[in-house]
Ligand binder design. Structure first.
Ligand SMILES: NC(=O)c1ccc[n+]([C@@H]2O[C@H](COP(=O)([O-])OP(=O)(O)OC[C@H]3O[C@@H](n4cnc5c(N)ncnc54)[C@H](OP(=O)(O)O)[C@@H]3O)[C@@H](O)[C@H]2O)c1
Length: 241
């Protein structure tokens, strides 16, 4: 296990969302100085962290906001969300890639539908669900999944120190511990397809200090799920020590 450089200051882009708030808490637990970016109207959701984090209100795809927020950060945790049809995801990702310090660790969130090397094996049901949701969402101009794909294409092509964490279906609940991961969907260890959101956030934060995950797109699943417990082969555990 290769340990990364010492993290002192991290920025969380999309800090007010469910995943973001968990990442704020995990980052504070690790003693990091935290800067959070969130939409102005959502800043109140971070009141519980008042006095412990710096909040920069603004659209999370606003290049100037991102530039200001990530100055001096050793790590950037980005919640990639495909909202609207105006390149929200790719705009956010590009700003982070352009303005982060060259040696900063960049961790991005997305779902299993993203593929790094085309070697993922998806079930017919999964492919159909993604296709239907993508078309419907694009039709009502609410969500643009293709733009999240484009965001990840740009991240994968960059020479920054990135990791793209691919979340399974999510559920709420108390932490079960660090998820296990695999390079490819289709690995039996991932078959349960469920992770606690709090643990997705934990994996993102732990990835900051794990250089083995640089230029990887780990697909994760809860460590207490049946598939994780029964199929150790092919799975990887992310240790923080
Ligand atoms: N949901 C799932 O089942 C699932 C599964 C696998 C992977 N993921 C990945 O997990 C990450 C977090 O997703 P999540 O579903 O758990 O949601 P989440 O953590 O609540 O995050 C949603 C984010 O989108 C922002 N947002 C909401 N509406 C918006 C709008 N109209 N314009 C701009 N920003 C808006 C929210 O900000 P505000 O606080 O301002 O509303 C928040 O930062 C994403 O990268 C997603 O791809 C999710």
């Amino acid at each position: 296990m290769q340990k990364g450089k010492i993290m002192k200051k991290v920025c969380i882009i999309g800090a007010s969302g469910k995943l973001g708030q968990y990442m704020v808490q995990h980052s504070l637990d690790k003693g990091y100085q935290v800067v959070g970016v969130c939409r102005e109207k959502s800043a109140g959701k971070l009141d519980k962290f008042k006095g412990r984090i710096t909040v920069i209100p603004g659209a999370t795809n606003n290049r100037e906001i991102i530039k200001t927020a990530i100055v001096g950060c050793d790590g950037v945790l980005t919640v990639l969300v495909p909202w609207g049809v105006h390149h929200y995801s790719s705009g956010t990702a590009q700003a982070v890639l352009d303005y982060a310090r060259p040696d900063a660790r960049l961790i991005f969130s997305c779902g299993w539908h993203i593929t790094l090397d085309g070697q993922d094996v998806y079930s017919q049901t999964f492919k159909t669900v993604v296709k239907v949701i993508s078309r419907l969402a694009r039709f009502v101009r609410a969500v643009d999944i293709d733009d999240q794909v484009e965001a990840c294409r740009r991240i994968f092509a960059s020479d920054t120190r990135w990791t793209v964490v691919r979340g399974s279906d999510l559920e709420e609940g108390v932490s079960q511990g660090l998820p296990v991961w695999s390079r490819h969907i289709g690995d039996p260890v991932l078959a349960s397809n469920i992770t606690r959101r709090i643990d997705f956030a934990l994996f993102m934060v732990e990835a900051l200090e794990n250089d083995e995950l640089i230029h990887e797109a780990p697909a994760i699943v809860g460590c207490q799920t049946p598939s994780a417990l029964s199929k150790e082969t092919g799975s990887k555990k992310l240790k923080s020590e």
